[in-house]
Design a protein around this ligand. Structure first.
Ligand code: NAD
Length: 356
């Protein structure tokens, strides 16, 4: 990559797609999952805070910062369920990595695709410890933008080959089936959520609706099932009936954030939950027995985006799959910022000023 300190590499959507395809979606998700898992293992070394959310009746805009003391990262992300009906994405994002030592950004990247990839990778990382060992079949309820990524992550990391799809919009299910047709998996469209969960060892809920929804009711969840609850990720936006939570063991990313945003906003604040990093580090149990119902109450946490940005950065060298952004003013003499402006008024900025 470019060693010039004032130049920041920028990965746009086109280059992100090229980067993912160069490695193959499955390999990319597998590598990303390993990075996410490694970073969960060193959980105490991260600055952690619930994300900073700005809510409106239509959706939410959030900032998700973290740092490991050497590198700082944040993601800007929105969640607007109504967008899809207007031809826009429900979720879009971009993110930044910066060097803690200088405070200078070292990467700017699109994160709409990257969020879908990291969300699916995190779901699979959790499911490897929480799902039944012999899980074969997953129901995916909500067949929108995130859905194929979830299927591919569970195929790659858990070896699942059977998927049962349901969406209130049959066109979404058809789109999902079409996109998954080349991935050597068995995909069954279903007419209801009840039909989709029948025989499934894992249930992924990944719908978008800004309300306390009941995508799964208590009678739909049999013993031994793992629920990967992805869509409920905002105050007033949940997917599971409360009674399911009361008979499940619940696993979360970062408890203070999930209490605000996750399925557990429906429960008293002292209801016991386990943070995923503890299961990954072996200090807490994941799945204990074949009859236990486990819920991964996923909302998405800043460290996963940090891991994703670092993973992308590690793959960039020598690819040319980035633009060089002239993002940082860098006069030859650092205190002469105004002088740089004056010199620019007389013509193109001097080489001295630009070279840094
Ligand atoms: P999307 O709008 O592309 O797709 C959502 C799909 O859900 C649509 O096809 C819609 O028809 C379907 N749906 C809505 N209500 C339904 C119902 N009752 N039953 C079945 N299907 C229903 O959205 P997306 O980008 O796929 O995101 C899905 C959800 O995941 C959003 O709520 C988003 O906020 C959330 N999300 C969570 C994380 C995380 O880390 N936990 C990350 C990204 C997105």
């Amino acid at each position: 990559m470019n060693p010039r300190l004032n130049i920041v590499p920028f990965v746009n959507v086109d280059n992100m797609m090229k980067l993912v395809l160069r490695h193959g979606v499955e390999q990319f998700i597998t590598g990303l999952a390993a990075q996410i898992e490694d970073d969960f293992r060193r959980w105490p070394s991260f600055d952690k805070t619930p994300r900073v959310a700005s809510h409106s009746p239509e959706g939410v805009i959030e900032l998700m910062p973290t740092s490991d003391g050497r590198t700082y990262g944040f993601k800007y992300v929105n969640g607007h369920p109504k967008n899809m009906r207007e031809g826009r994405q429900t979720v879009t994002a971009f993110g930044v990595l910066a060097d803690v030592g200088t405070g200078y950004p070292v990467l700017l990247s699109e994160m709409t695709l990257l969020t879908a990839l990291r969300t699916a990778a995190t779901s699979a990382v959790a499911a490897r410890r929480l799902a039944p060992r012999d899980a074969r079949c997953m129901a995916i309820i909500g067949n929108g933008a995130q859905s194929e990524f979830q299927a591919i992550a569970f195929r790659s990391l858990l070896g699942l080959r059977q998927f049962r799809l349901f969406d209130i919009d049959a066109a979404a299910t058809r789109k999902c089936m079409r996109n998954l047709s080349g991935f050597d998996i068995d995909v069954t469209p279903c007419r209801s959520a009840e039909e989709a969960v029948s025989g499934a060892d894992i249930i992924t809920t990944v719908t978008a609706d800004k309300q306390y929804a009941t995508i799964l009711s208590d009678n739909m969840v049999g013993s031994g099932v793992h629920i990967n609850a992805v869509g409920g990720d905002c105050p007033g936006k949940t997917e599971l009936h409360r009674d399911i939570l009361l008979r499940s063991d619940i696993f979360v990313e970062y408890m203070p954030q999930t209490r605000i945003e996750g399925e557990i906003q429906q429960l008293p604040v002292d209801h016991p939950v386990t943070e995923l990093w503890e299961v990954i580090c072996g200090t807490a149990e994941g799945r204990r027995d074949a009859r236990q119902i486990t819920v991964f109450d996923s909302v998405g946490f800043a460290t996963e985006d940090f891991s994703a940005l670092r993973y992308v950065r590690s793959l960039l060298a020598g690819t040319g799959l980035y633009d060089e952004l002239d993002m940082l003013a860098d006069p030859d003499e650092p205190r002469d910022l105004f002088g740089m402006l004056l010199r620019a008024s007389k013509g193109p900025a001097s080489d001295d000023d630009r070279a840094g």
